[in-house]
Design a binder for this molecule. Structure first.
Ligand code: NDP
Length: 288
């Protein structure tokens, strides 16, 4: 018997349904939740992501405003657009699609967003809030992973969680969220010798690297939960994660859990953007 699947599509559907209900309540009170998306340049992957985000907003009754901006856009102009959106009371969430063209300083751009509208949760104020355990927007991918653990009844308290990857948008916030949920957390990265020695001890493994086949069958213990954040292409061009899915699923056995790629973390990341945006609109409506 192999590990059970964590169905990201089904959970994302349920999450979207909940958000749609919250949107209806806001609409009844005269607030239309609005997400502004800024896309600079014509990176093909970014275009797809942005299209999905706009469609997701529509599917739950939110308003989305997409600005497609030329790759040559100057930083001052981009910052001015963000400031205008900060001042626009019909906009509750602002998202700048990353990566940005090289001449733009991504950190400066993100930090120009009003933290109350930073629905990606990347602003240093929201990162700091997470660090000290205060309310704030949590980055969508790790926040979605926490929802997945909750959905399968996996309480991190007292468990050993191993996070592979330490980026500001996935690995680090993932580790903080697990720590807040009372897991004992180990963070591994490119300078970690013998990765398997760590992952084999883990009750929860979160792989967020971007290297296919990184987590092999002999690197997990039976009964563990494996969450695969990675997005890679196999030799046939098919989407795959960081985990050797078939081998690891077998090794985990019937008490284990694993996310598929596609159909795991990706859909939940998208759903959590809607959760954050509706929360931003609820907060704005409460103070209006
Ligand atoms: P980054 O490239 O920013 O970070 C990758 C991390 O992996 C780094 O911390 C790096 O370590 C670490 N790493 C690299 N090689 C190894 C190794 N051999 N062993 C252990 N750790 C290693 O990527 P992101 O965090 O932005 O994204 C990670 C993956 O998740 C990517 O595939 C990305 O496409 C995917 N992703 C998927 C999302 C989804 O919705 N499904 C959303 C966001 C990302 P070091 O810091 O030392 O360099």
């Amino acid at each position: 018997m192999t590990a059970q699947l964590i169905d990201g599509n089904a959970l994302a559907r349920r999450t979207r349904d909940e958000v749609a209900g919250q949107v209806r309540t806001l609409l009844a009170r005269g607030t239309i939740p609005g997400l502004a998306v800024l896309l600079v340049g014509d990176d093909p992957a970014s275009q797809v992501y942005v299209r999905h985000k706009v469609a997701d907003c529509e599917s739950v009754g939110m308003r989305s405003m997409l600005a497609r901006l030329p790759a040559t856009l100057g930083e001052a102009e981009l910052l001015a657009r963000i400031r205008a959106l900060n001042d626009d009371s019909t906009v509750h969430g602002i998202l700048v699609q990353l990566p940005l063209p090289r001449h733009l300083d991504a950190q400066r751009v993100i930090e120009t967003i009003d933290p109350a509208k930073d629905v990606d949760g990347f602003h240093v104020a929201n990162a700091g809030a997470l660090m000290v355990g205060r309310a704030g927007f949590r980055p969508c991918t790790p926040w979605g992973c926490m929802r997945m653990l909750e959905a399968i009844g996996c309480d991190p308290r007292g468990k050993h969680a191993v996070v592979v990857g330490r980026s500001n948008i996935v690995g680090k916030p993932m580790a903080m969220l697990l720590l807040q949920a009372h897991a004992t957390v180990t963070v591994c990265h490119s300078a970690t010798p013998d990765l398997g020695a760590f992952t084999r001890q883990a009750d929860i493994v979160v792989a967020a690297v971007g290297r296919r086949g990184l987590i092999a069958a002999d690197m997990v213990k039976p009964g563990a939960v494996v969450i695969d954040v990675g997005m890679n292409r196999d030799d046939a061009g098919k989407l795959c994660g960081d985990v050797d899915f078939a081998g690891v699923r077998e090794a985990l056995g019937p008490d284990g859990w694993i996310t598929p790629v596609p159909g795991g973390v990706g859909p939940m990341t998208r759903a959590m953007l809607l959760v954050n945006t509706v929360q931003a609109a609820q907060a704005a409506a409460a103070v209006a």
